[in-house]
Design a protein around this ligand. Sequence first.
Ligand code: UD1
Ligand code: CA
Length: 456
Amino acid sequence: MTVKTIILAAGQGTRMRSAQPKVLHKLANRSLLQHVYDTSKRIDGNEIIIIYGHGGERVKQTLSRLDVQWIEQKEQLGTGHAVLQADSLMENEDTVLILYGDVPLLSKQSIDSLLANVSQQTIALLTVNLDDPTGYGRIIRDTSGSVLKIVEQKDATQQELQINEVNTGILAVRGEQLKSWVRRLDNSNAQQEFYLTDVIEMAVNDGVKVKTSQPETIDEVLGINNRKQLSHLERVYQSSQADRLMEVGVTLLDPARVDCRGTFTALGQDISVDINVIFEGDNSIGNNVIIGANSIINNSIIADDVEILANCIIDNAVVGAGSRIGPFARLRPQAELSEQVHIGNFVEIKKSTVAKGSKINHLSYIGDATIGSKVNIGAGTITCNYDGVNKFRTVIEDGAFIGSDTQLIAPVTVGKNATIGAGSTITKNTPDEQLTLTRSRQMSIQSWQRPVKKEQ
Ligand code: UD1
Ligand code: CA
């Protein structure tokens, strides 16, 4: 079975009050359209078609790397007209699935149950019962419960408006049938639009039965029209992510105050996450990891038994087992820490490796450096890696001790077990085992008198 998914995304989205097309707005840092794409991509052998609107070039540009066929709907003449644009791409034998670029949380499970309901004799429709069905198309059934048609809010009689079962818009049908029906649609209705929903009545007239199914939750089929609805679905999504984390053995001190805007490539047991932690990108987190409040972990690998104290930013970095980071530390891209490394407050590390057991505990900048094992870097040490044009490396070999307030002017190597006296500016390689320091001699002036203010 070849499934072709048509994602309708041509709507303007004026109620977002945004210069940006609606489907590019983000939920958990992924655009709405990307969510729909990612879910439908999980259907085996699925081919995806996106219908974008006039002025929607930005959608196409922004998501150009998606494996889809883009079709422009120049004028928005209705959902049926939108589907008609894909006419030439639908084969008779295809099962065609209709999704919406602004309905981001539809589950794979709901799609699967729709696809299971499609045959030559049946069209599959996803419906939902709403306490307040205002605005939606109503599902009209006969006395035996068979679906007869869908009536849009603006075309409905008073009696039909009482119906709580509504059309989600999501349906699946054989290509041959869909093509024959959408070609025959007309726009003689209250909105003078070509309604996709009219294919339901056509199906019934052609002796094709309508099989309905319902999603597990209403949130799955909610579309986003304004920023309030966007924030609602963001919370829904975050709450389900938090549930998933707890299910696999993560402690969340408050599940309402953690945000997952990406995925976990690995998740160990007994991870504990304090409040206001944000996970972004793809993270891998080992066993017994503690993450302190207000930390952001982005695209990083955190090994077992790591403790990240409050207010840290870990960005495209690797933290080895048993290390302790923070509070207030920043690991930037390509910071790679081996086991049992200690990084303390106000320390920034960029594009550097730090070997086992080394400590950089206070107020330092380490960039473009290779740091050996058991190195101790004193407070306020700076690798001066940049001359304004070029970047140079600093190498600090095993067992070195760097006194506080040292500047290491790269390229430079500090030898094994070398000691650098506090306050030094190191411009040349320093020998192993020796003390090196650059320091002007201290002097005292015995006769010096501090100036005093004259009495008036
Ligand atoms: C549609 C359904 C309605 C259903 C509701 C669910 C029709 C006629 N009605 O109504 O039964 O209850 O969705 O939300 O289908 N779009 C295009 N091109 C167009 C028109 C729309 O791409 O020419 C896209 C929009 O971007 C949007 C979606 O289709 O994502 C739905 O369009 P919209 O106009 O919002 O339909 P509704 O009136 O809400
Ligand atoms: Ca709508």
